[in-house]
Design a protein around this ligand. Structure first.
Ligand SMILES: [Zn+2]
Length: 102
């Protein structure tokens, strides 16, 4: 695959996710569609979603969830810095480690 096509696909994913985030409050259905489209592009071109984008998809129902809108976020209390994300669609809670010892 041409690097240029790949680059365009990556950009499109970024733009779609940006739009989805900004639309998630006013137009959740549109946000969901844009997020799904971004996902389709990533599958089609075999582009790995960046970590911060992947975090916006619920692990269980695969819906696009925006922190503060489609999801509740709580800070973990352990020594490892982590957040707990609760999906408002299916109520599934998962933990994300935000900083790892390197
Ligand atoms: Zn969910």
């Amino acid at each position: 695959m041409k690097a240029v096509i790949r680059q365009i696909a990556i950009e499109r994913i970024g733009i779609l996710i940006q739009n989805a985030i900004s639309n998630s409050r006013s137009n959740p259905a549109l946000a969901q569609r844009q997020a799904n489209l971004a996902k389709k592009i990533s599958t089609k071109y075999r582009i790995r979603m960046p970590y911060h984008i992947k975090m916006n998809f619920c692990k269980k129902c695969k819906k696009f969830i925006v922190p503060g809108i489609g999801a509740r976020i709580r800070m973990g209390r352990s020594s490892v810095k982590s957040i707990r994300i609760t999906c408002s669609f299916c109520n599934y809670t998962y933990r994300k480690i935000i900083s790892k010892a390197q």
